[in-house]
Design a protein around this ligand. Structure first.
Ligand code: ATP
Length: 331
């Protein structure tokens, strides 16, 4: 359930994206602060400060970037850190920027160093020097850029170099959503999909969504399949529970990967400490997948602790797996 999105899912996600700040559910503080930044910019007829959005995947960073452009009635240009490997890649993007554009850079922490340096010059001075040629014959051609707004998204703001982080006038740290918010997100999505979902069913889906709207929508999709094939198309509590059990999403929202990580940690490594790379190999996953998808949620539930010597399972993790914790396991 936590795996990367395929093309169908992307279309599904786009259909469910809130378009305005008012439609956005939860994240009250971020919403209010951002509304102020945008309203002030509109009132002054200026481009707003650059915005940095940080937080785990699926909490709405792309959605918020789209909302920012929408509220400013500005075009949104989308790119991502991994797509900008050379300063020249960024220079090409910047040379096409028009006044007031919103440039969304997803995974901004994965840009190359030279591109990062070019970006913070552009963000600060709205001009960059593009170096053409190599060696003694190289010349710097100044490129003037009209005022524009960068919206950067990162899973961890701490990975950004200080000078780049400082160029963002507004930073929003997105937090996991409360079950009540996820319940509302599921109900909103069900309405948009013309799907009948009972109140206890939407609450059940919300509470198993590990604080993440993307997962809430994903689970709703699986539940809809189940309701259509095995029931009369409507989702009541029994249908929601049966579908979620079938897809191995447990009552706390742990999915197969989360349980595999805990299982390997406890059974293969005696509860740790073990390095994240070793743990990822044990569950046959990429290190980033374990680190960004499973780990933050397990830490949040108090099942896993990060220590300088490696990852450690807590007593609660052992209990969740139905195993008895060895003496000395953290609580
Ligand atoms: P990633 O960084 O992995 O791309 P993201 O943080 O950009 O993730 P989005 O793609 O913006 O996440 O959101 C994922 C899905 O969750 C979208 O379908 C969107 O509709 C929904 N969603 C996110 N935040 C909210 C919200 N606050 N209210 C309603 N729906 C939301």
């Amino acid at each position: 359930i936590a795996e990367a999105a395929g093309p169908q899912e992307t279309a599904f996600e786009n259909a469910l994206r809130p378009r305005t700040l008012d439609e956005l559910i939860g994240q009250e503080r971020v919403r209010e602060q951002l509304a102020l930044v945008l309203d002030a910019a509109v009132a002054r007829d200026r481009t707003p400060d650059h915005v940095l959005l940080s937080g785990p995947p699926g909490l709405g960073k792309t959605t918020i970037a789209m909302i920012i452009a929408h509220q400013l009635s500005a075009p949104l240009r989308l790119t991502s850190g991994p797509a900008i490997q050379h300063a020249g890649d960024l220079a090409a993007i910047l040379s096409g920027v028009n006044e007031g554009d919103v440039l969304f850079i997803d995974e901004i922490h994965r840009m190359s160093r030279p591109a990062e340096e070019l970006l913070y010059m552009a963000m600060e001075d709205f001009r960059v020097d593009v170096v053409v040629g190599k060696g003694p014959g190289a010349t710097a051609i100044p490129l003037q850029i009209p005022p524009f707004t960068v919206v950067g998204a990162t899973t961890r703001a701490g990975l950004l170099p200080g000078p780049l982080r400082d160029r963002f006038g507004f930073t929003a740290q997105l937090d996991y959503y409360e079950p009540a918010d996820l319940d509302r997100i599921v109900r909103r999505s069900a309405d948009l999909l013309d799907l009948q979902v009972s109140a206890d069913a939407s609450a059940e889906i919300g509470s198993r969504s590990r604080g993440t709207p993307r997962i809430a929508n994903r689970l709703l999709r699986r539940v809809r399949d189940y309701a259509e094939v095995r029931a009369d198309g409507t989702v009541d509590h029994a249908v929601a529970r049966a579908a979620l059990d079938l897809y191995e999403v447990d009552h706390l929202g742990l999915d197969r990967l989360d349980r595999a990580v805990l299982d390997a940690l406890c059974r293969n490594f005696g509860g740790g400490p073990v390095g994240i790379t070793t743990l990822a190999v044990a569950v046959a996953e990429e290190r980033e997948t374990v680190e960004e998808l499973a780990e933050p949620f397990l830490v949040r539930l108090g099942f896993l602790a990060r220590t300088p010597r490696g990852r450690v399972a807590t007593a609660a993790a052992w209990r969740h797996l139905g195993l008895s914790a060895p003496p000395g396991a953290g609580s």
